[in-house]
Design a binder for this molecule. Structure first.
Ligand code: NAP
Length: 259
């Protein structure tokens, strides 16, 4: 019988995980799940009160955790957050590029400013944070895991969210290219694709009965997901045991995208 030699140890013991936008919603659930799996966690996000609350929650559950105020649109702030995280926690093994925004505006009224805002957070932010972590991982040696949090909007027609959908599809292309380029350094790069998940980002939709009815009817699991439904997949993507798993798209959507 095969013996799991990790049976007594957690999957991410001794590892350091960064979660951008890790102070709420899916990001906080990812941070908590990684912490439960043994990782030290750094949250990079903007709101100082939410950052402090997230750290308190993580630390009170026994994790080692820090938060840095970081606007992922800023190259300077991302580099500073990486340096501070490495200074405090010693290294970075996994980075989740999770920070995102999703304004909804009819396409005919969508302004260039709003388009650029969405690209700046969702795509530039992922590029800057993944690149900072990748540079650190390659310089340090020993590999690592980069994960971009995309969305089923990357596959679906998403009216009123053309910018959001384009940014999330862009992440899939970014992930594939980085996976190919950095594989020789042992740095993996994958996409995590949630379906409809109950968070602050989707609060307006939760109040819209027609939207809820349509999405639940199309989802084979017959419900929306919670952040905790997505988090175990994140631990899998961070786990260094899966060292041959790169360039992939992991969909966690209750079957929505195949129905
Ligand atoms: P959320 O609760 O609104 O969380 C978004 C996070 O992004 C917040 O922590 C926010 O932190 C952070 N953020 C926004 N702008 C930022 C910036 N410029 N710099 C740094 N952090 C920034 O939404 P969520 O639903 O958990 O979304 C998390 C990710 O999952 C997003 O990429 C989203 O597109 C994706 N997603 C969500 C769903 C869903 O149904 N909820 C489905 C598919 C994909 P501050 O408040 O501190 O700014």
């Amino acid at each position: 019988m095969a013996v799991d030699i990790r049976a007594s140890g957690a999957a991410l013991e001794g590892r350091v995980v960064v979660v951008t936008g890790g102070n709420g919603g899916i990001g906080l659930a990812i941070a908590e799940a990684c912490a439960r799996a043994g990782a030290s966690v750094a949250v990079w996000a903007m709101n100082p009160d939410k950052n402090a609350a997230a750290v308190e929650r993580l630390v009170s559950s026994g994790a080692r955790a820090v938060a840095h105020r970081c606007d992922v649109r800023s190259e300077e702030q991302v580099e500073a957050a990486l340096n501070r995280t490495v200074g405090e926690l010693g290294r970075v093994d996994t980075l989740f590029a999770n920070a995102g925004i999703k304004p909804v505006t009819p396409f005919l009224d969508m302004g260039l400013e709003e388009w650029r805002q969405v690209m700046a957070v969702n795509l530039d932010g992922a590029f800057l944070s993944m690149r900072a972590a990748a540079r650190h991982m390659v310089a340090r040696g020993g590999g690592g895991s980069l994960v971009a949090v995309s969305s089923v909007s990357a596959f679906d027609g998403s009216p009123g969210m053309e910018h959001y959908a384009a940014s999330k599809a862009g992440l899939l292309a970014l992930v594939r290219s980085v996976a190919v380029e950095l594989a020789r350094h042992g740095v993996r790069c994958n996409a995590l694709v949630p379906g409809f998940v109950d968070t602050e980002m989707t609060a307006d939709w939760r109040r819209d009965d027609r939207m809820m009815d349509a999405t639940i009817r199309r989802t084979p699991a017959r419900r929306w997901g919670s952040p905790a439904d997505v988090a175990p997949a994140a631990v899998f993507l961070a786990d260094p045991e899966y060292r041959f798993h790169t360039g992939a798209t992991l969909v966690v959507d209750g079957g929505y995208s195949v129905a």
